[in-house]
Design a protein around this ligand. Structure first.
Ligand SMILES: Cc1cc2nc3c(=O)[nH]c(=O)nc-3n(C[C@H](O)[C@H](O)[C@H](O)COP(=O)(O)OP(=O)(O)OC[C@H]3O[C@@H](n4cnc5c(N)ncnc54)[C@H](O)[C@@H]3O)c2cc1C
Length: 392
């Protein structure tokens, strides 16, 4: 009889796990159900584009039926409420209980607010298409307000956290501001764009020359960096910083950290202190071997005993690997260690600029070539999942 493979989350990890499992196992061998909150796959790495208003939401949304339709993969759209790994059961918010023989958890991560007072209540996050829409509408409303009142807080935008997400977002905002200002008769020099980072430098993991390149590029478009200074409090009209500074603003977009998905943290699967599942070299849960955990929901160590960063490129590779290990598990074949292939890291700095390190030798790239490589990596991913011409 066909085994039931239940996959939670249709992000980078989940969609690749579903497609790879189906590629290797027939419908007689495995029934596959893909569960997701939305009826579409989100290109999370591109969310800064609709958030700043430089691309339509359809650019980052691919209907699941276009990706898995006709492949004998059932789609269940709904909210996962709890995982009961000792009962081989998943509880949905709509009351349904889904049983499984093998589970793949790919529910991604959640924003970490580090207990900073007021931050969760009064800031925006960027984790979904809905979040991107909220940011765009809010920024436009602030600009409308500034055009009427000249209240400086309405023209001041703070991005908290200067990792990949924060930098890509502020680069896009910087590029879109002049046109948005012109449309409202606002002098663009009235806009304040702050990137606030608690660490001494932006873009952790990038080499110094590329960091300097990113700073110069963004500063030339009006971004002001405040580094080595933590956010200590957020209230509706102001951000408070550790050095005593207070920035009057209506807008804090917080990209300062991620933690494991709360459903995974509470599931009874073995997790570390930030709620990410602990997995073995085959990506099986350390506590429940019929559960594979992929993407940002898991923590995977590199050869030096340090966790790999939470990235889309590792997430989709984990999904593919989990699919192959499920085949091995069900067929009684030998499982293989997960070893990610690191093609490089690229950060966009707006519409026409980017930086990155590519290839085994981590060649440094900047400017238009880096921007093209970033687009090429998107195209490569989309063609891999069959989503090149499927965006909604
Ligand atoms: C703006 C931005 C830019 C980024 N840029 C890059 C980049 O350039 N390169 C890079 O490699 N990485 C980048 N990242 C990181 C990358 O996007 C993540 O590492 C990646 O999305 C993780 O993939 P995942 O499959 O684990 O989770 P996700 O892609 O987040 O997918 C999780 C899925 O689970 C669903 N889900 C979650 N909880 C529930 C629930 N309770 N019930 C039902 N469904 C649920 C979600 O809706 C989602 O579909 C960026 C992230 C952001 C936010």
């Amino acid at each position: 009889m066909a085994k039931h493979v239940l996959i939670l989350g249709a992000g980078y990890g989940g969609i690749c796990a579903a497609l790879e499992t189906r590629k290797l196992l027939t419908a007689d061998q495995a029934r596959i159900t893909l569960v997701n909150r939305y009826p579409f796959h989100q290109l999370v790495t591109e969310l800064h584009l609709p958030a700043a208003g430089s691309a339509d939401e359809r650019h980052v949304r691919i209907p699941l039926d276009k990706l898995v339709g006709g492949k004998k993969i059932d789609v269940y759209v709904g909210e996962v409420k709890a995982i009961h790994p000792d009962q081989n059961e998943v509880e949905m918010a709509d009351g349904a209980r889904l049983g499984y023989d093998v589970l793949v958890v790919g529910l991604g991560s959640e924003t970490e607010f580090f207990g900073i007072p007021g931050l969760a209540e009064h800031s925006f996050v960027l984790k979904s298409v809905d979040d991107a829409r909220r940011i765009r509408e809010h920024v436009h409303a602030c600009l409308d307000e500034y055009a009427k009142t000249k209240d400086e807080a309405a023209a001041t935008f703070v991005v908290g956290g200067a990792g990949l997400t924060g930098i890509e977002l502020i680069g896009e905002l910087a590029d879109m501001m002049p046109a948005q200002c012109r449309a409202r008769g606002i002098d663009p020099s009235a806009i304040r764009l702050y990137s606030v980072e608690a660490m001494p430098s932006i873009l952790p993991g990038f080499p110094e020359d590329l960091i300097q390149r990113a700073r110069t590029s963004l500063e030339s478009r009006g971004v002001q960096f405040i580094t080595g200074v933590a956010v200590t409090q957020m209230e509706p009209g102001a951000v408070h910083l550790k050095d005593g500074r207070v920035i009057p603003t209506r807008t804090m977009i917080w990209t300062g950290g991620v933690r494991g998905n709360a459903v995974v943290a509470a599931s009874g699967l073995a997790v570390e202190r930030r709620g990410r599942a602990l997995v073995n070299e085959f990506l099986q849960s350390q506590s429940h071997p019929n559960v594979f955990v992929v993407g940002d929901s898991a923590v995977v160590m590199n050869g030096e005993g340090r966790p790999y960063p939470p990235t889309a490129q590792i997430s989709w590779q984990m999904g593919v690997h989990a699919g192959r290990q499920i085949y091995a598990l069900l067929k009684g074949a030998k499982m293989e260690r997960f070893v990610p292939h690191m093609a490089g890291t690229l950060a966009s700095l707006g519409r026409k600029d980017a930086i990155g390190m590519v290839g085994e030798r981590k060649w440094h790239v900047k400017g238009k070539p880096a921007a093209w490589l970033k687009e090429a990596s998107n195209i490569r991913y989309l063609s891999k999942i069959g989503g090149l011409f499927a965006r909604a």
